[in-house]
Design a protein around this ligand. Structure first.
Ligand SMILES: [Zn+2]
Length: 450
């Protein structure tokens, strides 16, 4: 087996992975802020770090890898969503956390070793803030506590920018309470109606960045191996985690390897709630299947952008239907050679092309290759459903192709334009009999499996 190589965002170089302690390999990935249904953009990080977790387990053994993924259940976005939706905060966070867990299951992600919730660690956050103040790296300003970026000389090391460049960035919260625009909040006051904890600075709540520093330290220690997350977290979130943890730890060290996954795009635009171009994980796994969505998410190398479209999903769906014909409970014990492609900075496109080759060899009747193919599929979290379940599931799915569905939707649109609602309804009913459900929204019609 080759060494594992990962592109470290600290220097943008592919580096050989050497854990601090091979008996206790540690990885932290930023988890969801539970205020709305998780979408496919969020799913990419889940699947990428699940794959890395699986690779580490394969190398070091299940008992020797600790994977921590937090739940952010206190945040301004949550407070805002609870007000907008008129739902109690704890009901909202519980509901979304449950949905998130269902999504992880439907994408066949292994459970992380630990899944700490921010609200269970507020005391630790208060302590870290107190210590940062005592070190003169943070200051209080009218019930707020800010981290002083000037106290950390390496600020900008991850995003590879100096503070002047960062100052010119648009994503910095402006406030008269700050000494420097780059300073960020560790603690903020809460209104009476908002969740809050008693602290030396009055009743309030922690800032988001602080949560990850406290939870990673508690479960992995001051210096650990891998910190992961989406590309959009590099600045300011991860930059701020580094600053506060390095000053707090007094070692100048935090995570040794920073691994970031690229965006999921739709028509070349980043999939995000703010742009409103999202597909939820629930919708995607219902329309196709968790295995198809998972393979689609792995079809591009993790650092590259991934365009989400029906063609991609249909292709992966065809591939999996073909591959499942080679499903077997007999699995090779040996790690297949193509595992080396995963060790090379998780080169999943190359790995998947090798799976196609293995399938072809197995298809010609090579029983050893069949076992190897089955092992190789399982290594990336495929073939988690048995063949029987897969066949049963396919039976429930619809036989007609997407082209036909889209044509019928066009026919229905023109019938409606002509005022022929009888025909429009008939088309909808006919599709419904085929197990296709149409949804009209904002003048556009989308389809789903019922
Ligand atoms: Zn984080």
């Amino acid at each position: 087996m080759n060494n594992l190589y990962l592109t470290n965002s600290l220097n943008n170089k592919k580096e050989v992975f050497n854990p601090i302690n091979p008996e206790k390999v540690s990885m932290y990935a930023c988890g969801p802020t539970v205020y709305d249904n998780p979408h496919v953009g969020n799913a990419r990080a889940l699947v990428v770090f699940d794959l890395l977790f699986r690779i580490l387990i394969e190398i070091y053994g299940k008992q020797k890898v600790i994977y921590v993924r937090n739940i952010t259940d206190i945040d301004d976005k949550i407070i805002e969503a609870s007000k907008n939706k008129k739902i109690d905060i704890s009901d909202l966070t519980k509901t979304i956390t449950k949905k998130f867990h269902n999504d992880c299951k439907s994408l066949f992600c292994l459970s992380p070793t630990k899944e700490p919730r921010a609200t269970d660690h507020v005391i630790g956050m208060i302590k870290m803030t107190e210590k940062l103040i005592s070190k003169k790296a943070a200051y209080e300003s009218k019930g707020h506590v800010y981290f002083s970026v000037a106290s950390f000389k390496n600020y900008g090391m991850l995003s590879n920018k100096n503070p002047d460049d960062l100052n010119a960035g648009a994503r910095i919260e402006v406030s008269k309470l700050k000494k420097d625009p780059l300073d960020f909040v560790l603690w903020k006051p809460s209104d009476k109606s908002d969740p809050g904890w008693d602290s030396p600075w009055g009743r309030g709540r922690p800032g988001w960045h602080l949560e990850c520093s406290v939870m990673s330290e508690k479960y992995l220690g001051k210096n650990f191996d891998i910190h992961g997350g989406g590309l959009d977290l590099i600045f300011p979130h991860h930059e701020n985690e580094i600053a506060q943890s390095c000053v707090y730890n007094e070692t100048g060290k935090f995570a040794n390897y920073w691994v970031h996954n690229g965006f999921v795009t739709m028509n070349k635009e980043k999939m995000s709630k703010s742009l409103g171009n999202i597909t939820t994980i629930e919708e995607a796994t219902k329309k196709y299947s968790g295995q198809v969505v998972r393979l689609s998410l792995l079809s591009a190398q993790y650092k590259q952008p991934l365009d989400w479209n029906n063609n991609l999903l249909i292709e992966q769906s065809k591939t999996l239907n073909k591959w499942y014909s080679m499903y077997s409970s007999e699995v090779s014990e040996k790690i297949p050679d193509c595992f080396n492609d995963l060790l090379d900075d998780m080169n999943t496109p190359l790995y998947i092309s090798k799976l196609h080759e293995l399938f072809n060899q197995a298809h010609k009747g090579d029983s050893e290759k069949k076992k190897e193919f089955n092992k190789a599929c399982r290594l990336i979290g495929l073939f988690c459903e048995t063949n029987e379940k897969r066949t049963e599931y396919k039976k429930n799915k619809v036989k007609i192709s997407e082209d036909i569905i889209l044509n019928k939707i066009k026919d229905r649109d023109s019938a409606k334009k002509k005022g022929d609602y009888k025909l429009a309804d008939k088309i909808r009913d006919d599709l419904s009999k085929e197990g296709i459900e149409l949804k009209d929204e904002k003048g556009k019609t989308t389809w789903n499996y019922k």
